[in-house]
Ligand binder design. Structure first.
Ligand SMILES: Nc1ncnc2c1ncn2[C@@H]1O[C@H](COP(=O)(O)OP(=O)(O)OP(=O)(O)O)[C@@H](O)[C@H]1O
Ligand SMILES: [Mg+2]
Length: 224
């Protein structure tokens, strides 16, 4: 009997150790992935600065076309996948004639895609995403908003932090952190993006973007 108890305890200890080893392995894997993500963000920032220093010529962008493309690109998530889960998400647009801001088209698509996917995640039981473009003074404004769960004060303060996510393993927490980077380095003082997420974000800097005013601008970024 004593032997059996020791035997079972031995097995339990083995299982516990195995679980601990597995957990450590998962954690190491996560750390490795996080380090890889972090280095790609840093490389991305370096690349942005290099391009700006080398005077990269940005092309004028047909903003409303990019909005339509982002809506189409994300359709599998906001329409097809949502419908499969009995969730109906609609996207309503009001795209006004606006001047073409200069920038990198695919980066703007990335921004919009991230904002749309966040909006979808914020509406687990159906809802509407609204995308507007308009001119406000000399600034082109693009607004993405949703009627979703909204943000708590803590989330609002931390939403642009790289790796901050409330979605556990479903989210990397990098989606929103790329938005100000792209908007500030790619679009400088030409465009303001607002809506549910970076509402009241003031990207309109009077000076060209440098590392110091980039930090200053990032510090200004706040969610609604
Ligand atoms: N439209 C939104 N409504 C409510 N909360 C949002 C919205 N957009 C972002 N958030 C919050 O901000 C956090 C950070 O967003 P971010 O896009 O950086 O990461 P993520 O969506 O969690 O992960 P990933 O973008 O990799 O899927 C989210 O986890 C969520 O809590
Ligand atoms: Mg996201």
């Amino acid at each position: 009997m004593g032997d059996r108890v020791i035997g079972i305890q031995g097995v339990l200890t083995d299982i516990t150790e195995l679980k601990l080893i597995q957990q450590q392995m998962v954690q190491q894997e996560r750390l490795r992935a996080a380090a890889k993500d972090a280095s790609s963000v840093i490389n991305r920032l370096r690349e942005f600065y290099r391009q700006r220093e080398e005077g990269e010529i940005f092309n004028p962008i047909n903003l409303n076309k990019v909005v339509e493309q982002a809506i189409e690109l994300t359709q599998p998530r906001w329409k097809d996948q949502a419908l499969a889960n009995n969730v109906t998400i609609n996207i309503s647009t009001d795209l006004q004639e606006v001047p073409s801001p200069s920038g990198n088209e695919s980066e703007l698509r990335t921004v919009l895609t991230n904002l749309i996917l966040n909006a979808v995640d914020a509406m687990p039981t159906s809802g509407m995403i609204t995308i507007l473009s308009r001119l406000d003074g000399e600034s082109v404004v693009l607004e993405v908003s949703d009627a979703g769960i909204g943000m708590t004060d803590e989330v609002r303060q931390r939403c642009f932090e790289p790796f901050f996510s409330t979605k556990e393993e479903r989210g990397t927490g990098l989606g929103l952190s790329t938005v100000p980077v792209i908007m500030l380095t790619g679009f400088g003082n030409m465009m303001n993006i607002t809506g549910d997420i970076p509402s009241e974000v003031d990207y309109l800097l009077s000076k060209p973007v440098t590392l110091s005013n980039f930090r200053e601008a990032l510090a200004k970024v706040s969610c609604k």
